[in-house]
Design a protein around this ligand. Structure first.
Ligand SMILES: [Cu+2]
Length: 145
């Protein structure tokens, strides 16, 4: 009887040792998300003369896609919206070709024609105020955390 208990005991110790080895060999689950996983993309519509999302908060790495659902072209341009079109540089031709404000240069879609889209991935934290270079009264903000 005593021998039987000892044998069972040895068996248990062996089993525990094996399980211990197995768990040590297995890769431990990472508490952080895989670095290749990117945050869910966000869509913003441009309707009429407005960005439908005025203030958006996203995490770094988020891709934002604007869709121009208006019949006229718009832009997504970061920076401070000019009160009017920027003045022509001195010496410029008297027949003005209105150039769109390029804003602060961080994000500038250029003209997004009707039904077209523009996407940008925000990899830097900060507050990005943007406007439409064609209609500078169209403004919105994206905060990247
Ligand atoms: Cu516009």
């Amino acid at each position: 009887m005593r021998l039987a208990i000892r044998v069972v005991g040895m068996g248990l110790i062996t089993a525990v040792a094996l399980v211990g080895c197995a768990s040590a060999a297995a890769p431990s689950p990472s508490p952080k998300a895989s670095p290749t996983a990117s945050p869910n993309p966000v869509a913003i519509s441009i309707k009429g003369f407005a960005f439908t999302t005025k203030a958006l908060e996203i995490v770094k790495g988020t891709t934002v896609t604007w869709t121009n659902e208006a019949p006229v072209p718009h832009t997504v341009t970061t920076g401070v919206a000019p009160p009017t079109f920027p003045p022509l540089p001195s010496g410029a031709s008297p027949t003005p070709t209105p150039s769109l404000s390029s804003g602060d240069g961080k994000v500038n879609s250029g003209r997004i024609e009707s039904t077209r889209t523009f996407s940008f991935t925000f990899n830097e934290a900060g507050t990005f105020s943007y406007f439409c270079g064609v209609h500078p009264r169209m403004v919105a903000t994206i905060t990247v955390k």
